[in-house]
Design a protein around this ligand. Structure first.
Ligand code: UT7
Length: 327
């Protein structure tokens, strides 16, 4: 059986760093509150002229370079994002053009913070079925553009950036993407949403005056569901793959809140030294969170051949999911 294997990783983030101390000057908050309640110390924020493709294209190029794959060899480009350069065409087609993937299919998908895992699940099907030989999957966001910088309950949480992986088929037994589990519950859509700018609230003066273009989140309610869902879906994928918790070399949870990460780690009984955390430096980068972690771990040489890597994510929709990879 052909399985999809990650053969390259990459990331791209803005140069500009916004610290908690910087935020103290913008909104009624404190470094102490943000650090203790979320674990975030700083995040990257795009400059006014920068957009998603400015980070997604370098992330894609780095992943391709690591994989030793030329742009024209890529036959599928999927970009997971809720911050595309434009509502259409898809940012994936801009990436496709800029990397020279002349014969690739390219499209965006929208599953918020779970978007990268949804895109990975789709790309996996293309590779396993033989419909694609080389797939590029990108998760990227520029959520700073959709934050209400007067709303301290959201503007301190998010950061910008993109991560990418290249997938190719392998015939090796027990290698590559062993399982992907994906879920949703649209009845809880109003826990995290950005209501303005779509066909329900199209661009208009009233839309801007009602603050609709910006992210709204009921954080406290979301927190509890996030912990439960991340633990459940992680267990689901381990169970389906017949893998025990102590066999997991690295657990990469979505970086939404340090307290969520710790609570899920405890529920899964995975020790802290096997849980990757970079929320202190990047904040919540939504769909970029997991691929940025993967690239940092991979480039630091901390993932070894044969290691089992478990990733799980949770976000707006609500959506949640997990994947298990034998590196
Ligand atoms: O990635 C998508 C999924 N997202 C998540 O999973 C996010 C999940 N939620 C969270 O991470 C947390 O709920 C937050 C970090 C968003 C909030 O932490 P919390 O401990 O749940 O705080 P809270 O919302 O219950 O607010 C507690 C207090 C409130 O003040 P009062 O009403 O107790 O006086 C807030 O107004 O903290 C206040 N507060 C702040 N204070 C200083 C909220 N934000 C801030 C802030 N600085 N930035």
């Amino acid at each position: 059986m052909t399985r999809a294997r990650i053969v390259g990783t990459g990331m791209g983030v803005p140069d500009r760093v916004l610290t908690n101390l910087d935020l103290e000057k913008i909104v009624d908050t404190s470094d102490e509150w943000i650090t203790t309640r979320t674990g975030i110390r700083e995040r990257r924020v795009a400059a006014p002229h920068e957009s998603l493709s400015d980070f997604a294209v370098p992330a894609a190029r780095r992943a391709l370079e690591m994989a030793g794959v030329k742009g024209h060899e890529v036959d599928l480009v999927i970009c997971a994002t809720v911050c595309p350069d434009m509502p259409f065409p898809a940012t994936a087609t801009m990436i496709q053009d800029r990397i020279g993937a002349d014969s690739a299919a390219a499209f965006d998908i929208s599953a918020a913070c779970t978007g990268f895992l949804y895109a990975l699940g789709i790309a996996r099907q293309f590779i396993e079925s033989g419909a694609a030989k080389t797939a590029l999957v990108i998760g990227g966001e520029v959520l700073s553009k959709y934050l209400d910088w007067n709303d301290r309950s959201t503007c301190v949480l998010f950061g910008d950036g993109a991560g990418a992986v290249v997938l190719q088929g392998t015939e090796e037994e027990d290698r590559g993407l062993l399982d992907v589990a994906l879920h949703s519950d649209g009845s809880l859509g109003e826990l995290i949403f950005r209501p303005g700018g779509g066909s329900l609230h199209p661009p208009s003066k009233e839309m801007y005056e009602s603050n609709l273009p910006f992210i709204k989140m009921r954080g406290h309610e979301t927190f509890k569901i996030a912990v439960r869902s991340l633990a459940e879906v992680s267990n689901e994928t381990l169970r389906r793959a017949g893998v025990a918790h102590d066999e997991v070399a690295w657990f990469i949870p979505h970086q939404a809140n340090r307290r969520i990460i710790d609570a899920v780690g405890q529920r899964l009984d995975i020790p802290e030294d096997r849980i990757y955390v970079n929320i202190d430096r990047f904040g919540n980068t939504s769909a970029a969170s997991i691929p940025i972690c993967l690239d940092e771990l991979n480039r630091a040489g901390k993932i070894h051949e044969g290691d089992l890597v478990l990733c799980s994510a949770f976000g707006a929709g609500l959506t949640w999911g997990a994947c298990l990879v034998r590196w």
